[in-house]
Design a protein around this ligand. Structure first.
Ligand code: NDP
Ligand code: 8X3
Length: 253
């Protein structure tokens, strides 16, 4: 059965890879992001496989989001799968030095826009008694690191919000899953370091990070398990990444 899949942040990274993966299984796609030329290019590439509707939108703009969803064309008005993927980290400064505007942008994008989108689409899913919400969290939502501060906290919100949704939706045919990747090479670090490519590249130097394709394959599988199975959360790291010991400062006593 053809599904309608709404993907936020489809202009690069995980979202773009998800668009390709779901198009390959013949699903209809609604693709959202700000960079419209990227979306149009993707639409042209995928149109042999899937029906694609794309919209250039800043997801932090509440009115634009309402307009976009109200104007979904026929055939795209009942998303079965929502992939809440759009998000970003900005900066890696200590909390006492971080840029307040960066913090607000992360909160507005990673939390507020995700919550709004979910709230706007859920009533339709409940009315149809059919749906799957995939949230893209992060290992940063569980495991703190220096400079992660607000970014990690937004992903901790996404983790708990995903669980709270499951609790509210019990008894309905609506799944919720939080996908929690570790280090993956996308445009994520380029964005975090404000287009400083050398700095972004050093994040992945000497490693074999996750790829966007790895995460798209996992998300696609999570959406393909039998109807009675809900993957609540999936934490995924590259093999080259793991936890370190808790740090102890020995200069304080
Ligand atoms: P990318 O930077 O490659 O992709 C981010 C996507 O989000 C882009 O399509 C971007 O589109 C979109 N986006 C950001 N802000 C907005 C906005 N205000 N309105 C609309 N779209 C927006 O990074 P990833 O693919 O890696 O990131 C996807 C998700 O995965 C994020 O939530 C990120 O936090 C999470 N993540 C990433 C990890 C990694 O190591 N890469 C690991 C764990 C989680 P555009 O700029 O065109 O608007
Ligand atoms: C992205 C992974 O470790 O850079 O969410 O925060 S990390």
């Amino acid at each position: 059965m053809t599904r309608t899949v709404l993907i936020t942040g489809a202009s690069s990274g995980f979202g773009e890879a998800c668009a390709r993966k779901f198009a390959a299984s013949g699903d209809n796609l609604i693709l959202l992001a700000r960079r419209v030329e990227r979306l149009e290019q993707l639409k042209a590439e995928l149109s042999g496989h899937a029906h694609v509707h794309c919209v250039a939108i800043d997801l932090t703009d509440a009115a634009a989001l309402q307009r976009t969803l109200a104007a979904l064309p026929e055939g795209f008005q009942a998303p079965d799968i929502l992939i809440n993927n759009a998000g970003l980290a900005l900066g890696l400064s200590s909390a006492d030095e971080a840029d307040m505007q960066d913090w607000e942008t992360m909160i507005n994008t990673n939390i507020t826009a995700l919550v709004r989108m979910t709230r706007l689409l859920l009533p339709g899913m409940v009315a149809r008694n059919r749906g799957h919400i995939i949230n893209v969290g992060s290992t940063a939502g569980s495991w703190p690191y220096p400079g992660g501060n607000v970014y990690g906290a937004t992903k901790a919100f996404v983790q708990q919000f995903s669980r709270e949704l499951r609790a509210d939706l019990l008894g309905k045919n609506i799944k919720v899953s939080n996908i929690e990747p570790g280090m993956a090479e996308t445009e994520f670090s380029l964005v975090r370091f404000k287009q400083d490519k050398d700095k972004a590249d050093t994040v992945y130097d000497g490693t074999q990070p996750l790829t966007a394709q790895d995460i798209a394959d996992i998300i696609h599988w999570v959406c393909s398990v039998p109807p009675h199975v809900n993957i609540n959360a999936m934490e995924v790291m590259p093999l080259c990444q793991a936890w370190g010991p808790l740090k102890i400062d020995r200069t304080m006593s």
